[in-house]
Design a protein around this ligand. Sequence first.
Ligand SMILES: C[S@@+](CC[C@H](N)C(=O)[O-])C[C@H]1O[C@@H](n2cnc3c(N)ncnc32)[C@H](O)[C@@H]1O
Length: 211
Amino acid sequence: MRKRKSGRSWIDRQQKDQYVESSRRSGLRSRAAYKLVQINEKYNILSKGMTVLDLGCAPGSWLQIVGQRVGRNGLIVGVDLQDIQAVDGAEFIQGDFEDPTIVKQILNVIGDRDLDLVISDMAPNLTGIRITDQAKIMSLVENVWLFSCNRLRAGGSLLLKVFEGDGIESIRSDIEGSFDQVNTIKPAASRKESREFYILGRGHIVDTRLV
Ligand SMILES: C[S@@+](CC[C@H](N)C(=O)[O-])C[C@H]1O[C@@H](n2cnc3c(N)ncnc32)[C@H](O)[C@@H]1O
């Protein structure tokens, strides 16, 4: 079970948090939007007309940011276990990214377009048992990496949320083997006490054995 966001300290922290306040003022659905904004400010991963897949998109703040940057000529596809309120200009698929029928639906929506960018902010429901949780996290990130290796165009990018723990060095080295440039990023909007950080791979190298 995911940890419940309850208790006075969570409420106090939300009230003091500058990103919670700015997201409310800007009509963004979550403070998480600022993580993508900050990553994009530095690495410029979003541009007009792109085809973007957003994995773990609920409630939809990354979709909002992607929509603003990619514009009407792009294609944006969001996937999440939970339902979301529609985001203008984005297609949404509800389901588990690790379910092959959901992957088929994603591929149907993308059709014959080239996928320019995969962004994954997915965080699995945690049990509180460290070994089990880390295994779930690693399975999810490895599946995103494999999907991206198969489906990203040459030169495309992958932004992947990961959590400190066993196996992270191995996924980082997998990504280093399939992208020209790899960066490890902890955006200012990511809470210091959180084990999350992001790996960004740019310049996808297409492995012709997979084509
Ligand atoms: C931190 S939230 C994402 C916030 C989002 N980036 C935003 O800006 O609104 C993580 C999401 O990952 C989703 N998720 C976790 N595992 C998933 C899976 N296997 N397939 C699809 N979505 C998943 C959860 O349902 C949750 O909504």
